[in-house]
Design a binder for this molecule. Structure first.
Ligand SMILES: *Cc1c(COP(=O)(O)O)cnc(C)c1O
Length: 393
């Protein structure tokens, strides 16, 4: 037998476990010091009451013979796909309920979608970026090229027509930089993809954080995107589902390559390799998109938004350059006085007790930058930024 040799080319992902070790060692040697955890990209507020009530009700239904449900539709229950379609309509993107595929989260779909594409394709990935795009393609042995996200382009790289890419990743608002494309800027990517016959894999996991007008919530706000883009989204960051698991992927009917419908291929793939998301979870997800649910999840989002503003205000006062924060739970700052983000991590922890994520962990161009998240409680964020300001003011 032979193993998949491509796994040898994967970099060990020590980033988060390394950070956890350093933080644990620090708190052990400094038991009296306060630690401000602003590093992990995970939500902290609980599920909305409307979501909990819907899930409880669904579990009771599953416990009664008359209302019990076995296997559901692989693509997701129509009640949830309808809610998602309506949600898209609320910000001006038209998708058909049958173009929506419900899943256990965006990360799985981002990996699984690659089943549809030949390993011979060239993949274009921004640098720095969410590490999943790089690793899933390395596992398949695909050729990866990078487009540089830098301070000069505000961490929003634009297409270069001399670059020949077949699969293009875009994450907006971005993890880790928090930068978000306007509909206008996104149009250039859609035009590039259509011209080349490439496919855009658009990660909209943070769309609900967009608050400025003119910025894209969905790639389908751009005309022609349905002919070239697949969109991945999730209830994880929007509704606190990171531990509950529910996401969705939109594969438009109009997306065709080499005489094949990618929608038909994805349906075939899912019905073969996937058996759907738990009924109670889908009921919870639909409740998150109900009028009451939306009100409740927006109240949670505004807590994170307010935290991001506290971070940004402190950086503004210190005159430290950053992006993100306004339309994202992430603030991406230039390390003050450091060119090495890992050295800055150590210094910041030692000096202030603030834990963030070194930008170098997200790619070469992330070096010199640092990610702070607003997924914390306000007291932690205020304490962190007071300590930060005292150290760099
Ligand atoms: C958190 C996150 C997701 C969501 O992943 P789930 O599997 O749905 O929890 C997707 N993309 C990015 C960039 C993320 O940061």
């Amino acid at each position: 037998m032979k193993i998949n040799e491509n796994y040898r080319s994967l970099r060990d992902s020590y980033l988060f476990s390394d950070i956890a070790h350093k933080v644990a060692a620090f708190s052990e040697s400094h038991p009296d010091r306060r630690i401000y955890k602003m590093g992990i990209g995970d939500v902290t507020l609980p599920l909305a009451p409307a979501v909990v009530a819907a899930m409880e009700e669904a579990v009771r239904e599953q416990g009664e013979r008359a209302t019990f449900r076995g296997y559901g539709p692989e693509q997701g229950y129509p009640f949830l796909r309808e809610s998602i379609r309506e949600y898209y309509r609320s910000f001006g993107a038209a998708v058909d309920a049958d173009e929506i595929f419900v899943s256990d989260g965006a990360k799985s779909d981002l990996g699984n979608i690659l089943d549809l594409f030949d390993p011979d394709n060239t993949v274009l990935i921004p640098d720095p970026v969410y590490p999943v795009y790089v690793d899933t393609n390395k596992m398949a042995g695909r050729k990866i090229i990078y487009c540089a996200a830098t301070r000069e382009n505000a961490f929003l790289p634009m297409p270069d027509t001399s670059v020949k890419a077949d699969i293009i990743y875009i994450c907006s608002p971005d993890n880790p930089t928090g930068a978000a494309y306007s509909i206008e800027r996104l149009r250039a990517w859609v035009d590039y993809a259509r011209e080349r016959g490439a496919v855009i894999l658009y990660d909209a996991a943070y769309e609900s954080f967009v608050s400025e007008k003119g910025l894209a919530r969905s790639v389908y706000e751009v005309e022609g995107a349905k002919e070239c883009a697949i969109e991945f989204c999730s209830f994880s960051k929007t509704a606190g589902f990171t531990g509950t698991r529910c996401g969705y992927t939109v594969v438009p009917f109009a997306l065709k390559r080499c005489g094949m419908s990618l929608h038909a291929m994805w349906l075939r793939r899912q019905t073969t390799k996937f058996n759907g998301v738990a009924y109670a979870v889908q009921r919870g997800a639909a409740a998150a998109l109900s009028e009451e649910g939306l009100r409740q999840i927006r109240a949670n989002l505004s807590v994170y938004r307010n935290n991001a503003k506290i971070i940004c205000d402190a950086l503004d006062t210190l005159g430290i350059w950053y992006t993100g924060g306004r339309n994202s739970p992430y603030v991406w700052l230039q390390c003050p006085g450091f060119t090495n983000s890992f050295a800055f991590f150590d210094y910041l922890l030692e000096k202030t007790g603030v834990v963030g994520t070194p930008g170098g962990g997200f790619g070469r161009n992330g070096e010199g930058y640092f990610r702070l998240t607003s997924f914390a409680d306000e007291t932690t964020v205020r304490g962190a930024m007071a300590a930060f300001s005292a150290a760099f003011g």
